[in-house]
Write a protein that binds this ligand. Structure first.
Ligand SMILES: Cc1cc2nc3c(=O)[nH]c(=O)nc-3n(C[C@H](O)[C@H](O)[C@H](O)COP(=O)(O)O)c2cc1C
Length: 321
């Protein structure tokens, strides 16, 4: 039985429960718009520093910009104190975010040194205060994205979800890997099931969902929805594929030529959005996801990353057969 459906996140009704996970450097405006066309119910933006928003940092403020074709969108903020979290949540709301999400799962050292990301899991009471501060600051729903544990074999997820719920969070986004595992290894579905059983608010499961079979396992664990991360990079139609797969329909996987076409269209969007230098530069970071599974793919990527002009990139892509 398919578990794909509309889902209520507080006052917000999401058209479906297969969402794009937030990924720094990847889930910007052009990619979010692409994933919405691929069937995502909601798209999560790259994390934005609450501290930087507080100081009016131009780049961070620009990251909060949303166009209508990138909606519905969940804007993610990270920070360590109540005042700046509340301020950044308000800024996200003012820019048109449908949901504001607080990051308490990022294992990147630079973020952790600033007291944000997964280190917040060590002090659930403080984390609860941050969630509460955001909830009080905005009318849109607030969600928390965190992890099942800091260390493999331990479990913190149910306690964190429970605190978030009691502070007014509308949903929990639960990455089913321990922070020490970063982004690798199998998701811990037993721990995830315990999180789902611990709270009444929707729990979205995340970590390693690459198709309908894995999606079904997450739904069987009790998840109200799913967040797809890297599987969407290189296949923005993963959302539709999962929906179709769960409904028993045959999935026709993207072949390398179609994947390259979609990638080139994204590069063009990036150039239109950021200008040629930054747009091409950003596009190259995900080349390995898009340009794969064809003879000579590694050589092709090596040639691609040396190019700087869109016109030259188009000529190169025309050689893919
Ligand atoms: C390049 C990259 C950037 C990420 N940036 C963020 C981020 O900004 N905020 C966040 O909460 N998680 C971030 N994540 C974690 C993803 O949201 C997701 O939890 C993780 O990739 C596991 O899902 P997946 O196995 O479907 O990729 C990032 C992951 C990757 C690979």
């Amino acid at each position: 039985m398919s578990c794909v459906r509309e889902v209520k996140i507080g006052s917000f009704l999401a058209p479906n429960n297969l969402w794009l996970a937030p990924m720094a450097g990847i889930t910007d405006g052009p990619f979010r718009a692409l994933c919405l066309r691929g069937g995502a119910g909601v798209v999560c933006a790259e994390m934005v520093s609450a501290h930087a928003v507080h100081y009016g940092n131009v780049r961070s403020t620009r990251m909060l910009q949303i166009s209508d074709r990138e909606k519905p969108v969940s804007m993610q903020i990270f920070g360590s104190d109540e005042q700046t979290i509340a301020q950044a949540a308000r800024a996200a709301e003012q820019r048109g975010a449908d949901i504001v999400d607080i990051n308490a799962g990022c294992p990147v050292k630079k973020i952790n040194k600033a007291g944000a990301g997964c280190v917040l899991m060590k002090d659930p009471v403080h984390l609860g205060r941050l969630v509460g501060a955001a909830v009080k600051a905005v009318k849109i729903p607030v969600t928390l994205k965190t992890r099942i544990a800091l260390k493999r074999g331990t479990i913190l997820g149910p306690e964190l979800a429970h605190i978030a719920e009691s502070e007014g969070a509308a949903a929990v986004m639960m990455h089913a890997r321990a922070a020490e595992d970063m982004h690798t290894g199998a998701p811990d579905l037993d721990a995830l099931a315990r999180v789902c059983a611990a709270v009444k608010i929707p729990v979205f499961g995340n970590g390693g969902i690459d198709g309908a079979d894995m999606a079904q396992k997450f739904f069987d664990a009790g998840c109200a929805g799913l967040l797809m991360g890297r599987a969407a990079v290189g296949n923005p139609y993963i959302f539709r594929d999962i929906q179709d797969g769960l409904a028993g329909k045959k999935i026709i996987p993207l072949d390398h030529k179609r994947r390259a076409e979609i990638y080139l269209a994204l590069i063009e969007e990036n150039v239109a959005h950021y200008g040629e230098r930054i747009g091409v530069g950003r596009s190259k970071k995900t080349a390995g996801y898009w340009l794969r599974d064809f003879p000579g793919a590694a050589d092709f990527r090596a040639r691609f990353v040396r190019l700087e002009k869109l016109e030259d990139i188009k000529k190169l892509f025309a050689q893919i057969h």
